[in-house]
Ligand binder design. Structure first.
Ligand code: ZN
Length: 333
């Protein structure tokens, strides 16, 4: 089973949690705040497993009955509060938490409630939860996981121990991916860079065939851009507009590509590239684009993202982007 030792990053949060277990001063509420994919669910699960492990250590032992139940997702003293729609309603909080918190644990010393996406609780739900937080039974431990602690009532925040979950340092993430997935370093570096320090996302990318396909597509597009014919450019723009699910991935990959181009331009072949397999093409772009071009093209990705959110015509936006990039190469000549 997963243990604290196997988690990438979060050293301070983990040692804090382990210290509170060791010292016997576990709080009634914790607020795990950090971006999506950073590892909140994983840390919450391991902490819950540790609290209920009959070996009583600062890691789950992995073999006692409780640990095995955690692993198979049916530890009766752990409740993952679920919700049906995009908000967590007061009914859901009452039914799964407030109304049952008075029921003593089945076996262990704690009864643990985990509210994932806690920022989705509406005001009523938060108020109901607050009542429980004001007078929790001695055995209750409530873990609130959120990507935006500010969206919770100040009174909820003040009654919880705030644990800030920061993205893992990129180097640490690369090593972890290489070790865990047996990936070559350039593939691990691309997944880590793309995921911006989120182990969950990096792992998903590293394993995803679709991500590899998108990566190859992004590279062949970048290779072709300098001399791309107009009909091909129009077709790519049309494909981009039509592939809603793939847009964000492609834009993210282009941003990493430009980061490589910038690094190559600055320090040449010594640069550690995410697109190391295509170093020749990266070098070609570094040659053809000025620093200003690279900064502008990177910034324009942000603009396309913003425009996506407000439903601007993506076919035109992407076509203009490719054309703009091509013109940078022509201007340089
Ligand atoms: Zn155990």
């Amino acid at each position: 089973m997963e243990t604290f030792r196997s988690v990438v990053g979060h050293k301070r949060v983990i040692s804090y949690l382990q210290e509170s277990v060791r010292g016997g001063h576990v709080s009634h509420a914790y607020l795990l705040d950090g971006p999506d994919g950073v590892g909140k669910r994983l840390v919450a699960k391991i902490f819950a497993a540790t609290l209920l492990c009959t070996e009583g250590g600062t890691e789950p032992c992995g073999s006692c009955l409780s640990c095995r139940q955690v692993d198979s997702g049916n530890q009766p003293d752990i409740t993952w509060v679920t919700h049906e729609k995009s908000i967590i309603t007061v009914g859901e909080i009452r039914q799964q938490l407030c109304n049952v918190v008075q029921v003593k644990p089945m076996a262990g010393p704690y009864r643990i409630f985990i509210v994932d996406e806690a920022e989705r609780m509406n005001a009523e739900a938060q108020n109901a939860l607050l009542k429980t937080l004001e007078e929790p039974p001695s055995y209750a431990v409530i873990l609130l996981l959120t990507n935006n602690a500010e969206s919770l009532l100040p009174t909820i925040r003040s009654r919880s121990v705030l644990l800030q979950m920061l993205p893992a340092p990129e180097d640490e993430l690369v090593e972890w991916l290489m070790d865990r997935e047996k990936l070559p370093d350039y593939r691990a570096r691309l997944a880590a860079a793309y995921a911006g320090g989120s182990p969950g996302q990096a792992l998903a990318c590293a394993r995803s065939e679709e991500f590899q396909k998108q990566r190859d597509a992004a590279v062949s597009m970048m290779k072709a851009v300098p001399t791309m014919r107009e009909d091909r450019m129009s077709q790519l723009a049309k494909d981009f507009a039509g592939a809603k699910d793939g847009q964000e991935t492609l834009l993210g990959l282009l941003l990493v590509w430009l980061r490589d181009v910038l690094a190559y331009k600055a320090i040449g072949p010594k640069a550690r590239l995410m697109f190391a397999e295509d170093a020749d093409s990266v070098a070609f772009h570094a040659e053809g684009l000025s620093y200003e071009d690279i900064m502008k093209l990177s910034g324009d990705i942000g603009t396309i993202r913003a425009n996506r959110a407000v439903n601007v015509n993506m076919e035109t936006a992407f076509w203009l982007y490719l054309l703009g990039m091509q013109n940078c190469f022509k201007d340089g000549k």
